[in-house]
Write a protein that binds this ligand. Structure first.
Ligand code: PMP
Length: 354
C-alpha cells in the first residue's frame, strides 16, 4: 500500500503476558500480591460518578502535594504521569535532544531502546561487568544524557548511592535519569541528591510498592527547572494525563505510610526466604533489592524451565536475549504463592535427579 510509506514504523516493547484464565500463578510482571492501601478502596466506594463529566485538574495538584509532603520537596519539583512508562517517555522526549548518543546499560529495562528509536535519539549501551554491575567509568564520557534503573532490572542489583552520585556529578552537561521503579524494596534512593544536582531526575512508580499497577501512576522528582521543562512538553502532548480517580486514589495511597511499610516489609521478608530456598535447590540467585528474583540453574536451561512452569500454570519472565537467556525473572508473591512455586521446582528437579 502506498500509504504505508508514510507510516512511522517502530518495533514496540513487549509487555509481560496478562493471562485471562483463573488459577494462573502470575509471577511475570512484578505486580504486588497485596491489595492497595485501604484508603484507595474508600475513595472508590465514595467516588462521585457525576463529577466524571468534568475534566480532571490538569496540574494533578492534590497528588503532587501529597507526594511533595511525603518526599520533603516542593510541589513544583514533582511531575506525575500515567505510570512511570509515561513519565520516562516524556523525560526522553524532553531531555534527550542533544544529538550525542545517550547511555544506558546493555542489560536493563528494554523500553529505553524503544523510546530512543521512537524519538530518533541515538544511543549507546555500555556493557555491565561480568557480575552484571554497572561500571561507573562507562558513564563518565561525553554523552547526550544518561538513564539507568536502580536497582537495575531485570538483574535486581543495586548501584550504591555513592556511585550514582559520581555519575550525576560527573555529568553536569547532561540530564541523568535514575529509574527507581523498585527502590522501595531495599534500594538506596537518589532523592537526597536532588537538592544538590539540578540535572538529576528521579523517577518512581505506584505500580510495585503501592500495588496500583492497574491505576497507572508514576512520578518524577527533580529541580524546579527540570520539572518545568518536563511540564512544557507534557502540556504540548496531553494536558489531562491523570484521571480524577487516579489523582484521588494516588493521594490516599501516599497518605497511608504504615500500610506501605507493612506490605513492602512482607515482600522483602518473603524474598529473602525464597532466595534461601532456591539456593538450597541449586539455583544461583542475584542479590535482589527489588520485588523479583533473577535466577539461574546449571542443570536446566532457563527456556526449558520457563515452559515447564508455564505448563503448570506458573508464569515467570524469560528474556531470550544475549547474556541473560540463562536466567528467569520471578516476581515475589505471597508466602503461599511462593510455596507453590518452590514445590513445583522441588518436584521438577527431583524428577530429573538434579
Ligand atoms: N521502569 C522499570 C525498570 C520497570 O521494570 C517498569 C515496569 N515494567 C517500569 C519502569 C514501568 O512501570 P509503570 O509504567 O507501571 O510505572
Amino acid at each position: 500500500m502506498m500509504w504505508e510509506k508514510k507510516v512511522r514504523r517502530v518495533v514496540p516493547y513487549t509487555p509481560g503476558e496478562q493471562p485471562g484464565t483463573e488459577g494462573i500463578l502470575k509471577l511475570n510482571t512484578n505486580e504486588n500480591p497485596y491489595p492497595p492501601a485501604p484508603g484507595v478502596e474508600a475513595v472508590l466506594a465514595r467516588a462521585d460518578v457525576e463529577k466524571l463529566r468534568l475534566y480532571p485538574d490538569p496540574e494533578a495538584l492534590a497528588l503532587r502535594m501529597a507526594l511533595a509532603a511525603r518526599y520533603g520537596v516542593e510541589p513544583e519539583q514533582v511531575f506525575v504521569g500515567v505510570g512511570s512508562d509515561d513519565v520516562l517517555a516524556m523525560a526522553f522526549l524532553t531531555f534527550f535532544n542533544g544529538g550525542e548518543p545517550i547511555l544506558f546499560p546493555d542489560v536493563s529495562y528494554s523500553f529505553y531502546e524503544v523510546w530512543a528509536s521512537l524519538f530518533g535519539i541515538p544511543y549507546r549501551c555500555p556493557a555491565l561487568d561480568e557480575r552484571f554491575r554497572i561500571r561507573t567509568e562507562d558513564y563518565l564520557t561525553d554523552n547526550g544524557g544518561i538513564v539507568f534503573p536502580n536497582p537495575n532490572a531485570p538483574t535486581g542489583l543495586m548501584l550504591p548511592l555513592s556511585e550514582v552520585e559520581r555519575i550525576v556529578a560527573g555529568n553536569p552537561d547532561s540530564v541523568v535519569i535514575v529509574d527507581e521503579a523498585y527502590v522501595d524494596f531495599g534500594g538506596e534512593s537518589a532523592l537526597p541528591l536532588v537538592k544538590r544536582y539540578d540535572n538529576l531526575l528521579v523517577v518512581q512508580t505506584f505500580s510495585k510498592s503501592r500495588s496500583l499497577a492497574g491505576l497507572r501512576i508514576g512520578f518524577a522528582i527533580g529541580s524546579k527547572r527540570l520539572i518545568g521543562y518536563l511540564n512544557d512538553v507534557k502540556f504540548s502532548f496531553n494536558s489531562y494525563t491523570m484521571s480524577r480517580l487516579a489523582i484521588a486514589c494516588g493521594r490516599a495511597s501516599v497518605e497511608d505510610e504504615a500500610y506501605f511499610e507493612e506490605t513492602v516489609g512482607r515482600i522483602v521478608q518473603t524474598r529473602e526466604r525464597v532466595r534461601g530456598e532456591l539456593e538450597k535447590l541449586g539455583f544461583c540467585v542475584l542479590d535482589s533489592r527489588t520485588n523479583f528474583l533473577f535466577i539461574t540453574h546449571e542443570g536446566v536451561p532457563a527456556a526449558t524451565l520457563f515452559e515447564a512452569l508455564r505448563s503448570a500454570g506458573i508464569f515467570v519472565r524469560y528474556f531470550p536475549k544475549p547474556r541473560i537467556d540463562g536466567y528467569l525473572r520471578v516476581t515475589v508473591g505471597t508466602e503461599e504463592q511462593m510455596d507453590r512455586f518452590l514445590a513445583f521446582l522441588k518436584n521438577y528437579l527431583k524428577d530429573r535427579s538434579l
